[in-house]
Design a protein around this ligand. Structure first.
Ligand code: SF4
Ligand code: F3S
Length: 106
């Protein structure tokens, strides 16, 4: 499966959702996740993300390992998002900030 990681938090560009053939992105207030039960590993979303937030599960950098379980957990309750929308208002200020896992709103 593929995993959305730190760079997405407080940015949420949503370019990724338009290309997913199985509509497996799920949306929270300031972050998206991928439902690991639905992702078919097509890889299409990886190149779409302007901040390179999406990794194959096996390639998630060690400092972002908690995002693997977090995608699975949040995907159980967050609703599907199937169309691109505007990014969050202050996306530019947060795009290059790391260590944002504690800023995810539920
Ligand atoms: Fe969707 Fe493919 Fe990305 Fe999985 S790898 S989330 S199936 S676009
Ligand atoms: Fe997030 Fe990148 Fe998609 S910022 S919403 S993973 S395009």
């Amino acid at each position: 499966t593929y995993v959305v990681t730190d760079a997405c938090v407080k940015c949420k560009y949503t370019d990724c959702v338009d290309v997913c053939p199985v509509d497996c992105f799920r949306e929270g207030p300031n972050f998206l996740v991928i439902d690991p039960d639905e992702c078919i590993d097509c890889t299409l979303c990886v190149a779409e993300c302007p901040v390179e937030a999406i990794y194959a599960e096996d390639d998630v950098p060690a400092q972002m390992h908690d995002f693997i379980a977090l995608n699975a957990e949040l995907a159980k309750t967050w609703p599907a998002i199937i169309e691109k929308k505007e990014p969050l208002d202050d996306h530019a200020a947060w795009a290059n900030v790391s260590g944002k896992i504690d800023k995810i709103e539920r």
